[in-house]
Design a protein around this ligand. Structure first.
Ligand code: PLP
Length: 407
């Protein structure tokens, strides 16, 4: 693990130039790779030669040079020894869980996580593999410790939980995981740069690149950032989930994401600045708003202790409209009368995206699980964009709030 500042680490990374000296790397579009000496082939298959040993590549579902270079950028961003990418965030998350668990093993996970991950752990894994999960309130460190059994193979949290924006105490959770001899896996999709989980003690960091890192809601991708040994294990010819299950990132997608990493710092700072301003003004109207940058947020002090000083508190806020009906009315007027943003799932787009979590991205969770996670029926998640001016956007948001939540 590197303790370097992420920007410093990215700046130190040797730039990959294009085949003809282009300032951007070339896209390696080949699905298969030739060797000069046929005797090299068995070495690549046996893992004795690879991208880092002899610059050897095998086949596009194994390592691809363009995807590998994006992995190097993301490893620098997250301060890990290595990284590789996958076709989606879920491809990355499921690969990590399948790599760490065998039939009958156990996971301890936060009870507030993205609905797709929740369904993977709650429904898919027990049915297909016999791997079970204890969902706990991971802000309660004693509960986390108590949930770990001798079959537990990993502790799983989101840096800022989807959608409740609770902040994981990564150093404390890492200490618990270390004591139990298991890795701490952190999904850092909501807070790239704001938080660097591996620099805070996490062993494995995953992202949906579909969100802030992609930044334009035009592609789907994921990454796993970890030790070189763990990344290598994902490509094992017998048991590597990336190699065997094949959630392969397309090299054209990798090249595109690679061009967005350099301006991620500017974008994250802009998302956070706008989200803080809108959260402060919304709170001043007396509307229930949760944003980790507000002193009223239960994890404000924790986030201030853990975060990078330059990227604020993240680009997401939630407003509790009071009921599902009011949440729908708020989103309807904000999109269709005031052009404040779009009713759409996802996050990290340059315009604001709004969704009612209980009936969308957390709808996999039944009523009792939603209640335990404090996902109320009227909770509207806003992934705040940075287009327009603050005054324009505030005029639109406050008009929508006055017409619905405050009416
Ligand atoms: N992790 C988080 C926190 C998410 O919000 C999502 C998607 O919404 C994912 C992972 C899954 O990512 P993808 O849609 O790229 O598979």
């Amino acid at each position: 693990m590197s303790s370097q500042d992420p920007i410093e680490a990215l700046a130190r990374l040797r730039h990959e130039f294009g085949e003809h000296g282009g300032v951007n790397m070339s896209i390696e579009a080949s699905s298969t790779f030739t060797v000069v000496d046929p005797a090299t082939m068995p070495d690549i298959f046996a893992g004795r030669k690879g991208p880092e040993s002899g610059g050897c590549y095998l086949y596009g579902r194994h390592f691809n040079p363009t995807v590998y270079n994006l992995g190097r950028q993301l490893a620098a961003l997250e301060g890990t020894e290595a990284a590789y990418c996958s076709a989606s965030g879920m491809g990355a998350i499921s690969a990590v869980i399948l790599a760490l668990c065998n039939a009958g093993d156990h996971v301890v996970a936060s009870h507030t996580i993205y609905g797709g991950t929740w369904a993977l752990l709650h429904d898919f894994m027990p049915a297909k593999t016999g791997v079970t999960t204890a969902f706990v309130d991971t802000t309660d460190l004693a509960a986390v410790k108590a949930a770990i059994t001798d079959r537990t193979r990993l502790l799983y949290v989101e840096s800022q939980s989807n959608p409740t924006l609770r902040v994981a105490d990564i150093p404390a959770l890492a200490a618990i995981a270390r004591e139990a001899g298991i890795p701490l896996v952190v999904d850092n999709t909501f807070t790239p740069l704001v938080l660097s989980p591996a620099r805070l003690g996490a062993d494995i960091v995953v992202h949906s690149l579909t969100k802030f890192i992609g930044g334009a809601s035009d592609l789907i991708g994921g990454t796993v950032c970890a030790s070189a040994a763990f990344i290598g294990s994902l490509m094992d010819l017998h048991t590597g989930p990336l190699m065997i299950l094949g959630p392969t990132m397309d090299p054209t997608v990798a090249a595109s994401v690679s061009l967005r990493v350099p301006h991620l710092p500017l974008r994250m700072a802009a998302h956070s600045e706008r989200a803080l301003a809108l959260a402060e003004r919304t709170a001043a109207l007396g509307v229930p708003v949760a944003y980790p940058g507000l002193p009223s947020h239960p994890d404000h002090a924790l986030l201030d202790k853990l975060r990078h000083p330059d990227y604020g508190h993240g680009g997401l806020l939630t407003i509790d409209a009071g009921s599902e009906e009011k949440a729908m009315a708020l989103m309807n007027t904000l999109q269709n009368d005031h052009q404040f943003g779009y009713v759409a799932v996802s996050l990290g787009y340059f315009d604001t995206l709004m969704s009612c979590s209980a009936t969308s991205t957390s709808s996999e969770m039944p009523e009792d699980a939603l209640q335990a996670a404090a996902i109320s029926p009227g909770l509207v998640r806003m992934a705040v964009g940075y287009t327009g001016t603050l005054e324009q956007r505030w005029a639109q948001l406050s008009a929508g709030l006055h017409a619905t939540v405050l009416a």
